[in-house]
Design a protein around this ligand. Structure first.
Ligand code: SIN
Length: 400
């Protein structure tokens, strides 16, 4: 279990405070427990001590971890749907030193209660309950976080009390979490993943309207049975299809080839399309008894590349490799040698593409269909929890 706490190297002057020793703990030893992220030998060494602030942050995370699951706290309007918001951090919960700063801010700094309080209009469309799963920038979402989140969503949706779920998330890896949930949630009730491109402290922050829209969709009867949805910038996308296309633009989430499922206009969701790929209750995946996911790495193809990335992945325990190949999943001869050697050692290699759009056509190797490399990694991890048979793995890629 990783608590998603990111440590920053200690401020030297703070570390010199005399009573600091009262809070001392060995960062290296704590990092080895797997409870925190952001630890690396270059940044912290064994024997480095926690600052008072770090100790306090760790204590809060530990408390959240050991504390019993929160009681759902829905207000009592029986006419309205009950929507649980599960928060993971990201820019939607980001805080910057000035209201014009849209870069260089701290992602995941603002707690879910504050995000909910900032949009009181949500009370008119749903009974809301908030729960903080982790508070991280989304590059720090781990397989542990995915499993925690997926299990919690399944637990909540199995009750009559919850009608829909919203997950607040950093945009950088939002599509990976959304696709993971699309494959493991066992309910037809709506699950909507949402983020923002501007921190909550910015003028014209996009988070409040995105969150409002997400709650609107999560509480909408029409959103049922459509798989996990991503709402952003008034658009409703399918988790399998949407991808982040721009580093900073507000309309970064696009669904270029398959199109959006719908849009939100005048405070109402309108659906126009359906995904044809299996999702949620239609998949074979069951995470209820999983505590880890198999390691799957992604290797990028480029001119003059080499095979050592493949060798390194195998040596470091990869059970699967996704190739972000050039064009229609093509690889250099030397990379193909590395991939072949990995396959001979029982590692499943799936070809995707770095192009960003299009289907990698089937050939003798496993192929990712139209999944981009980061989503192909999610599916391959889950596929490997079910089977070691390449034909079955390919079937998952063709159907999911
Ligand atoms: C993140 O992914 O956590 C940071 C960027 C963002 O949320 O837009």
């Amino acid at each position: 279990m990783n608590l998603g706490l990111q440590l920053e190297p200690a401020n030297e002057s703070f570390r010199d405070v005399p009573d600091e020793s009262e809070y001392a703990g060995d960062i290296g030893a704590i990092a080895d427990t797997g409870l925190i992220t952001g630890y690396s030998a270059e940044r912290f060494g064994y024997g480095d001590t926690l600052t008072r602030a770090q100790a306090a942050a760790l204590a809060v995370r530990l408390y959240e971890y050991i504390a019993p699951a929160e009681e759902l706290d829905f207000t009592a309007d029986n006419e309205l749907p009950n929507v649980a918001i599960l928060a993971t951090g990201g820019t939607i919960a980001g805080s910057a030193p000035s209201n014009t700063a849209t870069t260089g801010y701290q992602a995941g700094a603002i707690a879910i209660e504050t995000l909910i309080e900032a949009v009181p209009e949500m009370e008119e469309i749903a009974n809301i309950s908030g729960e903080q799963i982790v508070s991280v920038g989304s590059p720090n979402i781990t397989n542990d976080t995915l499993l925690t989140l997926g299990k919690r969503i399944n637990e909540l949706l199995a009750t009559d009390e919850v009608d829909g779920i919203v997950v607040t998330h950093g945009t950088d890896t939002l599509e990976e979490t959304a696709y993971f949930l699309n494959l493991v949630v066992k309910s037809e009730k709506p699950v909507v993943v949402v983020g923002a491109m501007r921190p909550a402290t910015a003028i014209s922050a996009d988070g409040p309207m995105n969150l409002y829209n997400a709650v609107l969709v999560a509480g909408d009867e029409e959103a049922k049975g459509r798989g996990v949805l991503v709402t952003f910038n008034d658009r409703i996308g399918a988790a399998r299809e949407v991808t982040k296309t721009n580093t900073t633009a507000l309309d970064t989430f696009r669904s270029t080839e398959q199109g959006y499922l719908g849009r939100i206009v005048g405070g109402k969701p309108y659906f126009y399309n359906e995904t044809t790929r299996k999702h949620t209750t239609e998949t074979v995946f069951d995470i209820s008894n999983l505590s880890t996911l198999p390691q799957v790495d992604i290797i990028y193809g480029y001119q003059n590349d080499n095979r050592y990335m493949y060798d390194a992945a195998v040596e470091n325990g990869a059970k699967g490799i996704v190739v972000a190949g050039s064009g229609n999943g093509s690889m250099s001869s030397i990379s193909a040698e590395g991939a072949q050697a990995a396959t001979e050692k029982g590692v499943h290699v799936v070809r995707s593409t770095r192009v960003g759009n299009g289907t990698v056509s089937e050939r003798s190797a496993l192929t990712a269909d139209s999944l981009n490399p980061q989503k192909a990694r999610i599916l391959l991890m889950l596929a490997l929890t079910e089977t070691d048979d390449p034909a079955e793995i390919q079937r998952f890629f063709n159907e999911y």
